[in-house]
Design a protein around this ligand. Structure first.
Ligand code: G3P
Ligand code: MG
Length: 241
């Protein structure tokens, strides 16, 4: 089972920072998830929210700042004093780390609330130039973004993010040419996982943190698990009879 560290090792370090991504590799994990948005000057940056308010000492929308403006803010101190000085990462910097440590990365395009024209193209160019196509999966709650990715690069795997209890989601996934389903884990059943796999799709539920839920997802036969606590998944897998 692929253990995918959500926003990096975000239970140990501030989410979506280099500190969080470096800790994934340092702890020996092999896969991470991150979120991307775009600055006013069209730089692809790694941040979950549309604004910098929650995770920095600054304020305002990502899209209203230039990247240089955003580098002035602290993205670590909110999590803990020892992380003060963490800066907003560029996707390019994280992809370099992925390449250096031979990791697997799930890039989530945060194109739900703000439209970022050209984001899909920029992300693809960065993945291509590093030859990371076999180590990358693109996901999004905005399935138009996923379709745009498929039109630009048909072989690059995409994962369909969703919250609802979709009926026979593999049928919908086929309309996008998707390789994976990324559902909210609540409501996941072994039957759903079995059918998903029988239709040739990967199942990667998110964001599974409680030990009992981790056990249930492992028992369901899912291919991967997106979690803030990768060590809990590792421990549960080690204990599996
Ligand atoms: O990609 C899985 C998960 O990250 C989706 O939700 O809000 O944590 O980006 P969110
Ligand atoms: Mg995400």
């Amino acid at each position: 089972m692929r253990i995918i560290a959500h926003r990096g090792y975000s239970s140990q370090a501030p989410e979506n920072t280099m500190a969080a991504f470096e800790r994934v590799a340092a702890a020996g994990f092999k896969a991470l998830e991150l979120d991307v948005q775009m600055t006013r000057d069209s730089q692809v940056v790694v941040i979950h929210d549309e604004t910098i308010d929650r995770t920095s000492d600054g304020q305002g929308l990502v899209k209203e700042h230039s990247y240089e403006e955003l580098t002035q803010y602290d993205f670590g101190a909110w999590f803990g004093r020892s992380f003060a000085g963490e800066r907003l990462p560029l996707l390019a910097d994280v992809l370099d780390l992925v390449q250096d440590h031979d990791l697997w990365v799930n890039v989530e395009l945060k194109t739900g609330a703000v439209a970022y024209p050209g984001l899909e193209d920029k992300v693809i160019t960065m993945i291509r130039s590093r030859d990371l196509g076999d180590q990358t999966l693109i996901s999004s709650f905005n399935h138009y973004s996923l379709k745009a990715i498929k039109e630009l690069w048909p072989e690059l795997p995409i994962g369909v993010l969703y919250m609802a209890g979709l009926y026979e989601p593999w049928n919908y996934a086929r309309t996008l040419g998707a390789e994976a389903l990324h559902p909210y884990y609540v409501g996941l059943t072994p039957e759903l996982v079995r059918s998903t796999k029988a239709h040739g799709l990967l199942m990667h539920p998110f964001t599974v943190d409680k030990p009992a839920d981790i056990q249930a997802v492992i028992a369901s036969g899912a291919d991967g698990i997106i979690t803030n606590y990768p060590e809990r998944v590792q421990d549960a897998l080690a204990e599996k009879p």
